[in-house]
Design a protein. Sequence first.
Length: 172
Amino acid sequence: LPANPFAGRARSYRRISLSSSAILSHMAQRDFKRPESVLVLVYTRAGEVLLLERCHPAGYWQSVTGSLEWGEAAESAARRELEEETGLVAADLIDCHHSNRFPIHPAWRVRYASEVRFNTEYVFRLEYKERPDVRLHCAEHVRSLWLPRREAAEQVASATNREAILRFVPEN
């Protein structure tokens, strides 16, 4: 009979088990949302800002937003969310090189790992010469609205969204 190919390998087998345990832990974490997101400001040269009303909660207005998937870069997430939520493809997406850190609302914490309390949001912007045609993702938003910069800042529900509009959308 040939020699046992696994003889003397108990130690290396144990290392594989530990690595497998770490991998399983990492995979379990992926069942939760990643606590990083993007905020994409879409506006026209005339200073009109695109806002989207969420399905839930009703009356919650925002710019394009969404969580990064595990292993995804912020710019890729911004492009993906923009296309998913509006049907727009960003040729000239601009990274504002700005991020916000804010506490996750208690009602939404169940989506995240138990120890997660804060989200980091990366801000991007996209200017159009004129209003593009927007195609909403009906499972997320019920309607869209174009408002002048100041009115848009007043309409959005999120403080970080409001601040980003005022900081990064040019005044006319």
